[in-house]
Each structure stands twice: as structure tokens, then as C-alpha cells.
Design a protein around this ligand. Structure first.
Ligand code: ATP
Length: 775
């Protein structure tokens, strides 16, 4: 046994013995869930049991059910698939199999079971719980259990976690594994896109999703595919002609590649499957005559190394699953832990499974409206945003001529993932509405130098994956010369401004608004899309670029941890960005299993450092065989002027008295990431489309279609200078005036650190036991 388990002074024991199994198709993040469940269970005075090979292990028992200690799940976070195995178990579908399973649970003293799997696995779990009293009765009757043995096990607590790459359960917005799978799909499609462009080819790409088009739709959005087929929203009756027409228009505009994404379960309105080979036939025929290839992405989509989002989702849900076990009573229905509007939810498992079946039923009855409704609200929103940025010259989208606007688009602040994708979507949608999108290069410096150009549909075509800023970005705000900025806005006849960037972008909107009295040129709709890796802009839970950055940090930290582990006794102090905001440090700390995170919101003192040194000394001191792993401490760049990254590393090494050494790593600009992550791309498109819509509404608040008097656009309302944000799952516009109360001006960040409680989780999951004893 690992000494940490023996050294733990248990909290007042809750006495539960919690079994955990992973079942159905493997999904990245399942390991993170198992790690969190095991560690939180132990920290709550429970025992944790891993059940290997899904329900197969439960039916067979014996060595397939093993007690797990703290160290048994070490290194789990970064590994794809499921380390405790999964299987499709036929015998569990029969009552006799479930009878054996019940017997094994009782013999091992397990009175709570957490199942991580898809809808099939969760259905099985619910059946087991329903049958439980009968199964126990039968086991007593056939002599497999004595009455005394069975007595403490009158009830079985069951909690479900949804692990499935398909994202096919409507009662949760995202399932564990889906986002990683999307990462792999996007990487593949990005690669295919380069070869398609080179040869001017078409590719028809089949992605997973028998009953759910989430992967296909999100991949299409993220990669700028020309057409997508999903089960919930079959194409129109004459889709063949429609598809060819869309692709023809794209080609006429000069596009050299054609990408069509097809979900495995894609169907037409009469429920006939739409298969990639048939699409290929259409593309090679007249009128398109495209050199076309079919690619089936297959099992690469299972994902492998989990992305930051899946690690954190699985971890947080794993913690909630243990909480649910401890809170459940014999009368509470088995819960399923989900996520809704960015909040962890718990709802009856049975209802969740039922809802999933309703989607399949709606599709089979050709009630596609209902099928779409059953998906989360973002799904439909994203579908519309995709169409709005893919179609060309769609008559029905055009606004009347006198309402067409000249919209200036610029990037402000440091580069961040999603900036280009937001610009691309804004340009595309604006063009479809009949507006004129104009790039302002190099921010406010560029506007002064008249460094501007109208952007065409094709100009932005290959910006789907590019990180950084194609327009050029810097931190200069309009106060560099407000008068000249006003003059240029007037001269260039801008009717609206879309400013994409970080805190400086938000601040610029505020400056322009504040100067409206003096400069009427600023009386136009001005909207900011927050884009900064630091995620510190008021008015949003997520800024574009923060997910790309988290993934870049996690990639680097995985490599650093590997190096630290190879040296056995090494602690890395890794310095991460974030300015005065600890978001990146905490969320990446959670995703890589950092020992500690030092953030400006809490500061770092000698006392904190000593507590961590003590923890490390004991951890390495107990490791007599030298098999211990390397450890990471994440330090935000601004946490302390005294305790710099170097100083912390030196203190740690000196106080470690030779038990371990330390190294530093300053991640620097690597944290801006390369290609934008799929989540940033999707958020960018959704927000950009909404911003164009916002600009239209602000420019012509209550104008009747026939009213054309006065200057084209004049607005001085508070809300016409706003920041768009994602709060929960809602897209929200907040005026810069309203956001003042949420703004910590001195530290240039939002006062609302909604993520701060995850800091405790980082500590709990990496070093409970010792710190608990010390307390
Ligand atoms: P995925 O979404 O990856 O397919 P899943 O959990 O839906 O995951 P299934 O193969 O449907 O995958 O189910 C996994 C296991 O759960 C089955 O092999 C079986 O052991 C159990 N199971 C599924 N449905 C039932 C059921 N109706 N009754 C009892 N057990 C079931």
C-alpha cells in the first residue's frame, strides 16, 4: 500500500465503499473521472474500488474488483481511453448476469456504484438498482448469501457519469470525451484541407455519431466545411442540387478545396441513409466534376490524450458523483451528473436515459423539429451560425439597401486563439446581410494610418484554424489620439465598430463611449468580443483564446511532467500567463494535477511555500524505492514581486534537504497556442454572428422600413457600446457602463472570478492526506 493511504487520518468515516467502472465505448477523460472519484472518496473517509472491464468485471468478480489507493490513480489525468478497461458485456443484459454482479458487490462490501459510460451503460445501471432488492432476495434464497451478509446491503446507491465521445445525451450539454474527439477530428480535417487545397480536390469526411450530429456539426463549424449532414436536421428534399449549388458558388468565388462532413447516422427527410460514397458520386459528376476522395476518420476519433476541457469536466463531475453518493438516501432516484449552462447538474438517471431515447424516436417519426429541440440550445444556435457563414448571396438574408452598413473590424491587445475565426464569421455574415466589412489593420495605430481594406468572402476563407491575428494587433487604445480616431471614423464612413481583443479592447470601447459627447463620430454601435488568453475581461465567463491557451499549457506541462518524472525526484515551478488573473493557472493546474497553484487572487507567502515544501518532503521521503513521480507547481506571472519563479524554485530545493531538486520553466508566448482550439473556434463564430445582429439592431433601433431620414447611423444609447459574453450557456450583451461595477480597474480584470473555487479542488486532488494531517 502507498504510505499516503496508511498515513491518512480519516475524516469522520462516511463508511461507504464506492465502486467505479467505465463501460461502453471508451472516452477520453474517463481516467480523470476515476482519479477524482478514487481520491475524493478516500478524502471523505470512504473506500474506493475499481471494477475492471466494465460490467464484465462486476459479473466475474474476483481479481476484477480491486481496492484502489491514492497512488493507484497517479498519472491518470493525461492518459486517453480508460485504464481500468471497458467492455460490452452481454451477460449483464440478462438477469442472471446481474445476479452475479449483485453477489460480487455484496461480497466486496460495495454499497455504492459510480458508472461512467453512454446511455446503454446508464440504462444497465438503472436496471440493476431497480432489481436490487429482488436480486438480494434471490441470492439469499439460493444460498449464495446469508441473511447476515446481505443485511447491510438493502440499498444500492448508483450514480451515473456520461462518458461518450458522441455527445448524444440531451440531458447534459457535453459528455466526457466529446471535446477531445472534436480536437482529433479538427486536426484531421485541417490536415486534409491543406492537401485538398493543393490539389484543388473535394473530400467527403465521415465522422462518428449514429444518432447525434454534434461531432459532425461542430467539426463543420470549426473547419469551415462547405456542407454538413447530421441526423437531427436532414437536408431539404432536393438536397443533392442544393449541395452542388453551394459548392459551385464557393468554387466560383475561387475556393480551391471542398470539404463535406457527414455524420455516420446522416439521413434524408425520408430516413434513407446519406452515405459518403453517394455524395462522392454527386461531386465527381457534372456540373461540379471535382476530383473527390472519401475519408472515414474511424477510431482516431476515440481521441487519445484528453484535452484540457475533458480533464476538467471529468474531474469536476467525478467529485460531484462522490458528493451525490454521500448525499443519496434510499428514496432518492439514482442521479446522473451532467453539465448545463456551464454548471454541474444532477438529475434522475432514468429521465436522462429516456430523453436520449426520445431523440431517436423523434428522428424515426421524422419529427426533426423535436429532435433539434431536445439538443441543448447552443446546438440550434450553432447550426444557424454555421449556415449564416457558409451560404453565399442568399437573397433571404439580405437587409434593405439603406440599412447596409460599413463595419470596421479590428483586433486589440495580445493575439489570442479565435480572433481570426471571429473575424472570418463576422465578415461572412456581414456580406450575406449586404454590409461592407472593413479590416482595420494594426488596431488604433492602423486607423490613424488609414491602414484599412474591405474584406471579401475569399479573403478570410482559410482563417478557420489560424491562431494569432491576421489583422495585426497591439495594445494601443484610442486615447492615443481620440480626435484623429474620430476624424478617421467619419472619413471612412464607418457605421459600426467590432473590436476583438482583451482588456484593452473592452477599455477602448469604454473610452470611445465616454468621448461621445465631444466626438459624435463615436455615436455608432461599438461592440467588443473578448479575446484574450488571460480570460480577465468583465462580462463573460470565457474569452476567446483561453481554451486554446489552456490546451497549450496542458501540452507543455505534460511534457515537463514527463521529464520531471523521469528524474524521479524533481519539482518544476512553471510560470504561466494571466496578468493579475489566476484563471489559467488554476484551470491548467486542475488539468495537469499540479501540486499547487499560486495566483494573484490569493497571493503567495512564506507560509504557503513552507506548507508545500513540507508536503513534498513527506511525499518524497516516503518514497523509499524511488518510484515517485515528478511534480509541478504552477505560478502565475504576477503573483508576487518577491517570490519570483526562480526564488520559489530555490527555496523549494533548499528546504527539500536533498530529497528532491527543482527546476523552473517559464512558458511565455507558447501559451498563445498554435492553431485555435475547436471550442474557441465555435465560440468565435457564435459570438461574431450575434455581434453583427447586435450592430444591426443598435444601428436601426426602431426604424420602420420606409424611414430613411437623418444621418445613416446615430446612436448614443448606453447599450450601443457593449461587450458580448458567454455567461452560463447564454450569450449576453452588457453595456460598458454596466460593466464598470464588475471591473477591477487597477488590476485590469473582472471582479467576478467564477472559477476560483476550483483552486481548492487542485489542492484536494493532489495532496489530501498530508495537508489534512498537518491542519
Ligand atoms: P457508447 O455511447 O459508447 O455506445 P454505451 O454505454 O451506450 O456507450 P452500450 O454498448 O450500449 O454502450 O452499453 C454498454 C454495456 O452496458 C453493455 O455491454 C451492457 O453490458 C450494458 N447495458 C446496455 N444496455 C443494457 C440494458 N438495457 N440492460 C442491461 N445492461 C445494459
Amino acid at each position: 500500500a502507498d504510505p499516503i493511504d496508511e498515513n491518512i487520518t480519516p475524516l469522520k468515516s462516511k463508511g461507504k465503499r464506492i465502486g467505479v467502472l467505465t463501460s461502453g465505448g471508451d472516452a477520453p477523460g474517463m481516467n480523470a473521472a476515476v482519479r477524482a472519484i478514487v481520491r475524493v472518496a478516500i478524502s471523505r473517509g470512504c473506500e474506493a474500488y475499481a471494477i475492471f472491464e466494465g460490467y464484465e468485471g462486476l459479473v466475474q468478480g474476483g481479481k476484477m474488483i480491486r481496492k484502489f489507493g491514492w497512488a493507484d490513480v497517479r498519472g491518470y489525468l493525461a492518459i486517453g481511453g480508460t485504464l481500468i478497461g471497458t467492455a460490452r458485456c452481454k451477460s449483464f443484459r440478462e438477469r442472471s448476469g446481474r445476479l452475479d454482479a449483485a453477489c460480487n458487490l455484496v461480497k466486496n462490501g460495495i454499497d455504492a456504484l459510480i458508472v461512467c459510460g453512454g446511455d446503454g451503460s446508464l440504462t444497465g445501471a438503472d436496471i440493476l438498482r431497480k432489481e436490487w432488492p429482488g436480486l438480494i432476495e434471490e441470492l439469499i434464497q439460493n444460498g449464495k448469501l446469508t441473511v447476515e451478509e446481505a443485511d447491510p446491503y438493502k440499498h444500492l446507491t448508483i450514480v451515473g457519469l456520461v462518458g461518450s465521445i458522441d455527445n448524444d445525451m440531451p440531458s447534459t450539454d457535453v459528455t466526457i470525451g466529446a471535446v477531445t474527439s472534436l480536437h482529433r477530428i479538427c486536426e484531421a480535417v485541417d490536415s486534409i484541407s491543406s492537401t485538398a487545397s493543393s490539389h484543388s480536390r473535394a473530400f467527403v469526411i465521415e465522422v462518428m455519431g449514429r444518432r447525434c450530429g454534434w461531432l459532425a456539426l461542430m467539426a463543420a463549424i470549426s473547419t469551415g466545411a462547405d456542407f454538413v449532414f447530421i441526423p437531427e436536421r436532414p437536408p431539404s428534399e432536393n438536397w443533392e442540387a442544393e449541395m452542388c449549388d453551394v459548392i459551385k458558388r464557393h468554387r466560383q468565388l475561387g475556393k480551391r478545396r471542398t470539404i463535406v462532413i457527414v455524420a455516420e447516422g446522416a439521413i434524408d427527410r425520408n430516413l434513407n441513409p446519406i452515405k459518403p460514397d453517394y455524395i462522392k458520386e454527386l461531386l465527381i459528376k457534372k456540373p461540379l466534376e471535382l476530383d473527390t476522395r472519401v475519408t472515414t476518420l474511424g477510431h482516431t476519433q476515440r481521441g487519445g490524450r484528453p484535452c484540457a476541457y475533458d480533464r476538467n469536466l471529468a474531474t469536476i463531475q467525478g467529485v460531484e458523483a462522490v458528493n451525490a453518493v454521500l448525499e443519496s438516501t434510499p428514496d432518492t432516484p439514482s442521479p446522473m451528473i451532467g453539465v448545463n449552462e456551464n454548471k454541474i447538474t444532477s438529475e434522475p438517471l432514468l429521465r436522462a436515459v429516456e430523453l436520449t431515447h426520445q431523440v431517436a424516436e423523434a428522428i424515426s417519426k421524422q419529427d426533426f423539429r423535436r429532435a433539434m429541440e431536445l439538443r441543448d440550445p447552443e446546438f440550434a444556435d450553432n447550426y444557424e451560425a454555421y449556415r449564416a457563414t457558409t451560404l453565399v448571396d442568399s437573397e433571404e438574408m439580405l437587409v434593405p439597401e439603406y440599412q447596409r452598413l460599413r463595419i470596421g473590424i479590428m483586433h486589440i491587445g495580445a493575439p489570442a486563439g479565435g480572433m481570426n475565426q471571429a473575424t472570418r464569421a463576422a465578415v461572412r455574415f456581414a456580406l450575406n446581410r449586404g454590409h461592407v466589412p472593413i479590416a482595420i489593420y494594426n488596431g488604433f495605430r492602423g486607423i490613424l494610418q488609414e491602414n484599412i481594406r474591405e474584406l471579401s468572402w475569399l479573403d478570410v476563407d482559410d482563417w478557420t484554424s489560424k491562431g494569432g491575428s491576421e489583422l495585426g494587433t497591439n495594445r494601443t487604445e484610442p486615447d492615443i489620439d481620440l480626435g484623429m480616431v474620430a476624424y478617421q471614423i467619419q472619413k471612412q464612413r464607418f457605421d459600426a465598430l467590432l473590436i476583438i481583443g482583451g482588456f484593452e479592447a473592452y477599455d477602448s470601447v469604454r473610452e470611445l463611449r465616454d468621448a461621445r459627447d465631444k466626438y459624435p463620430a463615436f455615436c455608432i454601435p461599438i461592440v467588443c468580443i473578448p479575446a484574450t488568453i488571460s480570460n480577465n475581461v468583465p462580462g463573460t465567463d470565457f474569452s476567446l483564446g483561453s481554451d486554446t491557451s489552456l490546451n497549450a499549457i496542458v501540452d507543455s506541462c505534460d511534457a515537463i511532467k514527463q521529464s520531471a518524472s523521469a528524474s524521479r525526484r524533481r519539482v518544476f515551478v512553471v510560470e504561466v500567463h494571466g496578468g493579475q488573473c489566476g484563471y489559467l493557472a488554476v484551470l491548467s493546474g486542475l488539468a495537469v494535477g499540479a501540486t499547487s497553484t499560486y495566483i494573484p487572487e490569493e497571493g503567495v507567502s512564506l507560509k504557503t511555500l513552507l506548507a508545500d515544501v513540507n508536503h513534498l518532503r513527506r511525499r518524497y521521503g516516503d518514497d523509499k524505492k524511488g518510484t515517485s513521480s515528478g511534480r509541478l507547481i504552477l505560478r502565475n506571472e504576477c503573483v508576487s514581486k518577491t517570490y519570483t519563479t526562480d526564488v520559489i524554485a530555490k527555496i523549494i530545493e533548499t528546504e527539500g534537504s536533498g530529497l528532491f531538486d527543482s527546476r523552473t520553466c517559464v512558458l511565455g508566448h507558447i501559451q498563445q497556442g498554435g492553431a485555435s482550439s475547436p471550442l474557441d473556434r465555435i465560440r468565435a463564430i457564435r459570438l461574431a454572428v450575434r455581434c453583427i445582429d447586435f450592430i444591426e439592431r443598435q444601428a436601426f433601433p426602431s426604424m420602420s422600413p420606409h424611414e430613411k431620414a437623418g444621418p445613416k447611423v446615430y446612436t448614443n444609447s448606453e447599450e450601443s457600446a457593449s461587450v458580448i459574453g458567454i455567461i452560463g450557456a447564454q450569450v449576453v450583451f452588457s453595456s460598458v457602463v454596466d460593466l464598470l461595477k464588475e471591473t477591477d480597474k487597477k488590476n485590469r480584470k473582472s471582479k467576478r472570478a467564477w472559477w476560483i473555487h476550483f483552486k481548492e479542488l487542485v489542492d484536494l486532488l493532489s495532496k489530501w492526506g498530508y495537508s489534512e494531517k498537518e491542519a
